[in-house]
Design a protein around this ligand. Structure first.
Ligand SMILES: Nc1nc2c(ncn2[C@@H]2O[C@H](COP(=O)(O)OP(=O)(O)OP(=O)(O)O)[C@@H](O)[C@H]2O)c(=O)[nH]1
Ligand SMILES: [Mg+2]
Ligand SMILES: [Zn+2]
Length: 260
């Protein structure tokens, strides 16, 4: 309890799940050393992954990393592609098709055009929602447009880098009524899932799962092994090459850091 009487713990509820990551590296500290688990939130129903079409540019690699966090924690994910008003060429279409085909709920939104806001509200309704994504993608803006009373601080985008300026600096949980909770979080700079072993990573790529069991070795990491059915599926275009490259990129990070 704090001196002013606030912050009382009434009851500790059982933890049905938790979302975690490796503690981010300190800038300039090098890549050596153990990276501990940072628990971001517990008892989550939805990991709401916010991305943007532009400013900052669409980042499918980060989406894939966030999906691994959700899958490995058995948490449902919702993918939001925001700022559709800036994507006049409709570059997002292929990505939307890809993630929907895998089975994810993908919602297109624009705070400017008020597009998809009702759909997003419905997806969050009666759930505990962790809102996660890069700085500047519009996490706080989207929450403000769904729940007018929130009035979260919204930042601008740097003209030079098209990136956000880390406006939200601490995670905030709010009860927005009818059993709906939202957690707005600061923008992610880097994200390494915690406690995921090389031989398990493939299981967290939902589109790989139907193929994994026919790999020659049951410890297959789908990288170089002979008789790998995931590699076959990529060749036959049954798995997207982009997803496979995202997988290899993550596999390498896990290899780099044996301490988890
Ligand atoms: N064009 C356009 N701009 C948007 C949209 N949504 C948000 N923005 C702008 O994007 C900028 C960043 O929005 P924020 O809501 O602060 O982004 P955030 O994800 O909360 O960023 P951090 O708190 O830094 O992690 C602001 O200038 C918003 O006005 C959108 O749908 N379209
Ligand atoms: Mg914010
Ligand atoms: Zn394999």
């Amino acid at each position: 309890m704090n001196k002013d009487g606030s912050g009382v713990i009434n009851e500790i509820l059982p933890r049905k799940n938790h979302i975690s990551r490796k503690v981010p590296r300190i800038k300039g500290a090098g890549s050596r050393g153990e990276r501990l688990e940072q628990i971001v939130a517990s008892n989550i129903d939805n990991l709401v992954i916010i991305s943007s079409c532009k400013n900052p540019k669409f980042n499918n690699r980060l989406i894939d990393r966030l999906l691994v966090c959700a899958e490995s924690s058995h948490v449902n994910s919702v993918i939001v592609i925001n700022k559709t008003d800036l994507d006049i060429e409709n570059n997002r279409a292929g990505w939307i098709e890809l993630y929907r085909k895998i089975g994810y709920n993908v919602i297109e939104t624009s705070v400017v055009n008020n597009e998809g806001i009702d759909k997003l509200r419905d997806a969050l309704n009666t759930k505990v929602n962790l809102i996660w994504g890069q700085s500047g993608v519009g996490k706080s803006s989207l929450l403000n447009s769904i729940y007018r009373e929130l009035n979260f601080k919204v930042g601008e985008i740097s003209e030079n880098t098209s990136k956000g300026k880390h406006t939200t600096v601490t995670s905030i949980l709010k009860n927005v009524g009818k059993g709906t909770f939202i957690i707005d979080t600061p923008g992610i700079r880097e994200l390494d899932p915690y406690g995921v072993r090389q031989e398990d990573l493939g299981h967290y790529f939902k589109d790989f799962v139907p193929f994994i069991h026919d790999c020659k070795f049951n410890t297959c990491t789908h990288n170089h092994e002979p008789g790998c059915n995931v590699i076959n599926a990529v060749r036959e275009k049954l798995i997207s090459e982009e997803r496979y490259h995202g997988y290899l990129n993550l596999l390498e990070t896990i290899e780099d850091d044996m301490n988890f």
